[in-house]
Design a protein around this ligand. Structure first.
Ligand code: BGC
Length: 781
């Protein structure tokens, strides 16, 4: 277990010492956001530490600029441009000066320091006692909140109290849009395509306590506005002066500060963009936001935040009694997921949330396979945005398929607004499995919510168009017994690329094709009007349905009789096998080896066959999972943070309980304890959601089978109990598991059928069913 730098606490993350060493990573850990915009945990007053120990940023989800992708040797169909989420104006700036000496944690004398992130209340708070070089002492507290309820609003409450003097103090509040990109990095996982100034000011305004700055990108032609308003609470005399320059608006408060008297500045900020707001409404909307925030006041806004979170935790909380470090870890993960996920369907959830430049703010399959289930079973309304977001990208996916000479739709491996942004096709476009990952998310969504309207109006079109893609790229190969093969693809494991018949891809494509056939037949019967509309819109024929069915029935599904396992692909077992344990000093391999020196071996970055076994659990027996686990675990480096959660879940299934816990620990505290050493670049949202799945599917024992939810709970020996809620088919169920008993209560909805161990149970409203926890290795239901 890694040593934590934060004391264990069920609801709080606490930094009790300010340290240059940990500053960069704490900026990520203390990030705040609401899914629409997010701010790294950088300091209001600025930071004077060495270069490379801080990165200040504010992001708006889905607000991006376009850049050219320059290839030394290009090729047909290579994307010519990419999109990157950009850093926007810094609105949190509040600088304090005592006799012109700036408040700076690294200067003067820092007597007391504490910062907490409160996950129940939804804000960060810093409490500082600081002394100037000349011996003037102040108590300073800064609270920061990004409102969940008011998606465009953030609040800073900056308060100080002179402890041993009266005198002149200046507070400067600014919005600074002079953002300059200069950082270079060798880590290709960190976005590095933005250079110089990316957003430019097109207009600004300042008057008294209020002002705004409007900026635009050059190529994506997007605009955003940042407005601010201030409220002062004090008995001290002060004067306010405004100033403005090209990219900045400023408010200077000159205060006659008095010993022991509090001065409080409430700063309200709002962001709006032309992506969701008409351009001619930008000023009105954002100004209105900060005016009404000021008139409501900070108490109301903080109370709203608490109420919002109360509701969130009532649905999503996972309670672990007997393991405070895991309790803290899982809550932190859930909180960050909520902070990262878009609450509308024109944006989604970035691999790094809104906390860092890593992966350029792109949306990956992470969303559909790893993250959506967390929201689906806790906050299904949010999950709907995931599937609708994919529908909104369908035209772009159709365009991409056409460009590559295929029928149907090919979703981008990474994107913001639709185009493929991956410049490395072996670990990008070749990951065709993204198509079926999206379809699996839709299938799960429909099964869990019964939202057939979505399926008929939107989902079906995605399912049909992605099915077409498989027919385009696959073929019946004589030397494979005329089975339907998918050649030259890359599966989830990015340390193996461009292979024939990647098992994950083939099985998932089979699901995609089967489901397309099933949905088409069902719609023809149950929703003929919708079906006729789609048929006409996309020119669907009955022959195509038969093609889908034939391909699914005849899909080549790799199996090795010699090893009794599923080979990852046709060539995998013919490669030299490396042992992941021997490669510790080279981790992550992608930063230490040329890809050719990775692809040549049996070495995996993340689960591939094992992920398949989790996602299509109903197809595999415990023995099969065990054999495959034993085969693949020694050759997996877990260089992707998406890896440990799946190992934890399957280790639980096959009775490797210590391993299940070890992997769970890695995934649940990946960012808090910086397991991969790169939390400074942003959180790992897929890993965070994986931690939720590891606890619910692993220890909580909940698996989704085609006939519904199956439970086989079994919590770690050191835990007293685990409880969680699940939303499913318009019902809400509470599950509570101790070492001896598991109880299931239906707290909302009329009736729900579930399976506990092998037994089918019908829960009626208000029912509570209790079962002995079976201390045996799990068996397939
Ligand atoms: C993983 C991918 C993942 C991406 C973004 C990579 O390291 O291999 O599976 O989609 O990170 O999280």
């Amino acid at each position: 277990m890694k040593k934590s730098i934060y004391p264990y606490d069920a609801w709080k993350i606490r930094e009790s010492k300010f340290d240059i060493e940990t500053n960069y990573r704490n900026e990520t850990i203390f990030s705040l956001g609401n899914g629409y915009f997010g701010v790294r945990g950088t300091l209001e007053e600025g930071y004077s530490g060495p270069n490379g120990t801080s990165f200040n940023a504010t992001y708006i989800n889905g607000f991006y600029e376009i850049y050219d992708i320059n290839y030394a040797e290009g090729g047909y169909g290579f994307p010519s441009y990419g999109e990157a989420m950009v850093n926007v104006a810094d609105s949190k700036i509040v600088k304090l000066f005592v006799d012109d000496e700036p408040f700076d944690l690294l200067k003067g004398n820092l007597i007391e320091y504490e910062r907490i992130l409160d996950m129940k209340e939804g804000f960060t708070e810093r409490k500082v006692v600081w002394e100037t070089e000349k011996g003037k002492k102040l108590e300073i507290t800064v609270k920061r909140l990004i409102s969940f309820k008011r998606q465009h609003l953030g609040v800073i409450v900056f308060r100080f109290r002179p402890l041993n003097f009266s005198g002149k103090i200046k507070l400067i509040s600014e919005v600074d849009g002079n953002i300059y990109y200069g950082n270079e990095t060798d880590d290709m996982r960190v976005g590095n395509n933005m250079r110089g100034k990316v957003v430019n000011t097109i207009d600004s305004h300042i008057d008294g306590y209020m002002g705004w700055l409007m900026q635009a990108t050059k190529r994506s032609k997007l605009k955003y506005i940042c407005s601010v308003n201030h409220d002062v609470k004090t008995d001290c005399h002060y004067e306010l002066k405004n100033y403005k320059s090209d990219d900045k608006i400023g408010f200077e408060f000159s205060i006659d500060a008095e010993k022991d008297k509090i001065f409080q500045l409430d700063k309200f900020v709002s962001y709006y963009t032309s992506r969701e707001c008409l351009e001619d409404k930008l000023v009105d909307s954002s100004v209105h936001e900060v005016i009404s925030a000021k008139s409501d006041g900070v108490n109301i806004i903080f109370k709203e935040q608490f109420d919002y979170l109360k509701e969130f935790w009532a649905d999503a909380d996972v309670e672990i009694d007997g393991d405070i470090s895991m309790q803290q870890g899982i809550r932190y993960n859930e909180f960050q997921l909520l902070q990262s996920v878009s609450k509308n369907d024109i944006a989604n959830i970035c691999a790094k949330g809104l906390t860092g430049e890593g992966y350029e703010g792109h949306y990956f399959w992470d969303s559909d396979v790893y993250i959506m289930p967390f929201f689906l079973y806790t906050k299904p309304d949010i999950a709907k945005n995931f599937v609708m977001f994919r529908y909104n990208l369908l035209d772009a996916a159709r365009k991409r398929a056409k460009e590559l000479g295929y029928k149907g739709a090919l979703y981008p491996w990474r994107t913001i607004d639709g185009p493929e942004c991956s410049s490395y096709f072996p670990a990008g476009t070749a990951q065709y499995h993204i198509n079926s990952d999206i379809v699996l998310a839709i299938k799960k969504y429909v099964d869990a919510t019964l939202d057939y309207e979505f399926l008929y109006k939107y989902g079906a079109e995605i399912i049909f168009e992605t099915a077409r893609l498989w027919i385009s790229i696959g073929a019946y190969i004589p030397l494979k017994n005329n089975k339907f093969c998918l050649n030259c693809v890359t599966g989830p494991d990015e340390y193996t690329a461009l292979v024939d018949n990647n098992a994950y891809t083939n099985y998932m494509a089979q699901m995609n094709l089967e489901y397309a056939y099933f949905v088409a037949k069902e719609m023809a019967k149950k929703a003929p009007e919708y079906y006729d509309n789609i048929k006409e819109k996309i020119g669907l024929t009955d022959e195509e349905l038969n093609e889908w069915n034939d391909a699914a029935q005849n899909m080549y599904l790799p199996y090795s009789g010699d090893f009794g396992i599923i080979p990852q692909d046709d060539s995998f077992l013919y490669k030299e096998r490396l042992n992941a344990k021997d490669l510790e000093s080279e981790k992550p391999l992608l930063l230490h080896r040329h890809y050719l020196n990775i692809y040549r071996y049996q070495i995996c970055k993340q689960p591939d066959v094992l992920l398949l076994m989790y996602l299509r659990r109903e197809l595999f027996s415990i023995d099969e999972i065990k054999r495959n686990y034993d085969y693949y675990e020694p050759i997996t480096t877990h260089d992707s943070s998406l890896s440990p959660a799946i190992f934890s879940i399957l280790a639980n299934e096959i009775g490797y309980y210590d391993k299940a816990y070890e992997y769970f620990m890695m995934t649940a505290r990946m960012d808090l304890d910086d397991y991969n050493g790169n939390v400074k670049d942003g959180i790992h949202t897929a890993c965070m959601a994986g931690a939720w799945s590891a606890i619910i599917s692993g220890f909580g024992g909940m698996m989704t089978y085609p006939d519904g939810l199956h439970f086989m709970p079994n919590i770690p020996k050191s835990w007293k109990s685990l409880s969680y809620n699940i939303r499913y088919k318009n019902c809400k169920m509470h599950v509570s598991i101790t070492q001896e008993k598991a109880s299931f209560s239906l707290i909302k909805g009329e009736m729900l059928k579930i399976h506990i161990y092998d037994e089918e149970i019908t829960l009626l409203k208000g029912d509570k069913v209790e079962k002995e926890v079976k201390k045996v290795d799990r068996q397939k239901c």
